[in-house]
Design a protein around this ligand. Structure first.
Ligand SMILES: Nc1ncnc2c1ncn2[C@@H]1O[C@H](COP(=O)(O)OP(=O)(O)OP(=O)(O)O)[C@@H](O)[C@H]1O
Ligand SMILES: [Mg+2]
Length: 370
């Protein structure tokens, strides 16, 4: 509005409202509801001189961002400074409907605030000490994973059908959602179900094994049913809000590749599939780091009959999945309920294997299975 359009000053003064009118007319602003999901600490206006880790500061506390832009960022799932700092300009333009120059300016400013450049190895050790481990229900499997599945990383569990991929996911949900006194993390979990195999009954059975409150455990797990690969990608974009609201420490994608595989069948569409999968994996990796959650993605396998020696089955997705996942676990069937887990790629675990069992109570050690 130009100055000419401004109403005269005398007209701007309105009659004072009664108390009940004031309460009725106050709409809920972005600041109001973000306060509910981002820690209180974030409400102090940020300054560059602060030595505090500013990654988790809410975007609406960002100097220079107006309410309109911060609202766009928030509704597209970019809730914190870290989320903006790790984004690319093209992505912000695409998801938030802002101009390219604005996107570049935001990213540069966010990066300078959280110090995205080099970090000293001692500092990194401190950051790694903040990482939480989600136990698996089996001591042998926990030992293999040096304590459990790590937060801030992407773990792949691959294997043939019935090898226990989904069962491990159920177990991890319970271990995350259970209270600390029962050996859990007391946090939330998000389950993206692409195959319609999520079973709350299994969650109850597993929670009962630990004497945990099954109702409470169920209430901390949020399930999103993905009907195709686009839907699967949209759910991930929408997940930051639910992660923050529920203090989620685990996100399951069961399965990572089934929709991609079904929709992009044939050699002709392989390149397109791989490009889309690559984009998706990068979104997941960033989500894991920015929101400090463990992301566990299951993957099916492909058999290669022309291989003469060694493994004849391989996880789907080729090099793109192989390079994107932080830790890769490969499952195969043993006798009866026994399953063998092998770490096939990890920055901190050697390539070793162990045996665990799937029973009514979930994932257990072999000696506890009878
Ligand atoms: N309540 C239960 N008690 C004991 N074992 C169970 C129970 N529920 C499932 N299982 C076992 O878990 C195995 C199936 O595991 P799971 O569903 O995790 O397979 P998956 O690897 O996810 O397979 P897919 O690739 O088909 O999704 C079966 O061998 C089944 O017998
Ligand atoms: Mg499954």
């Amino acid at each position: 509005m130009s100055k000419k359009d401004d109403p005269p000053k005398t007209q701007q003064k309105k009659a004072p409202k009664t108390k009940s009118q004031q309460v009725k007319e106050k709409p809920k602003t972005t600041d109001d509801w973000i306060e509910e999901i981002i820690p209180k600490r974030s409400k102090t206006r940020i300054t560059k001189s602060s030595s505090e880790d500013l990654s988790d500061v809410a975007v609406n506390q960002f100097p220079g961002i107006g309410p309109a832009v911060s609202e766009k960022l928030i509704s597209a799932g970019y809730l914190t400074l870290a989320a903006v700092a790790y984004a690319s300009p093209i992505e912000l333009v695409e998801h938030c409907e802002i101009g390219e120059q604005t996107a570049k300016r935001l990213i540069t400013a966010a990066r300078s605030q959280i110090g995205i450049g080099f970090k000293n190895a001692k500092e990194l050790l401190k950051i790694r000490q903040k990482i939480q481990k989600i136990p698996t229900g089996s001591k042998a499997l926990d030992n293999l994973l040096v304590g459990g599945v790590e937060t801030s990383s992407l773990t792949e569990i691959s294997g043939e059908f019935r090898t226990g991929k989904t069962q491990i996911c159920f177990q991890l949900c319970v271990m995350t959602a259970m209270d600390k006194k029962h050996g859990g993390l007391g946090a939330g979990a998000v389950f993206i179900d692409t195959e319609g195999t999520f079973r709350p009954e299994r969650i109850i059975q597993i929670a009962n094994r630990f004497g945990a409150d099954a109702d409470e455990v169920l209430s901390r797990i949020n399930v999103g049913r993905a009907y195709n690969s686009d839907h699967q990608m949209v759910l991930v974009l929408e997940s930051p809000k639910i992660i923050k609201e529920n203090n989620a420490k685990l996100m399951i994608i069961d399965s990572l590749t089934s929709h991609f595989r079904a929709e992009y069948a044939g050699r002709g569409s392989l390149l397109e599939r791989q490009q889309k999968l690559n984009k998706y994996l990068h979104q997941l990796l960033r989500l894991a780091e920015v929101y400090e959650i463990a992301i566990v993605a299951t993957n099916q396998v492909l058999s290669k009959p022309d291989v003469l020696y060694g493994e004849t089955t391989f996880p789907i997705g080729g090099h793109i999945v192989a390079h994107s996942c932080t830790t890769r676990i490969f499952l195969r069937k043993g006798k009866g309920e026994k399953r063998i887990a092998r770490v096939i790629d990890s920055p901190h675990i050697p390539e070793i294997e162990t045996v665990f069992c799937i029973v009514n109570e979930g994932i257990v050690d072999v000696e506890d299975s009878s």
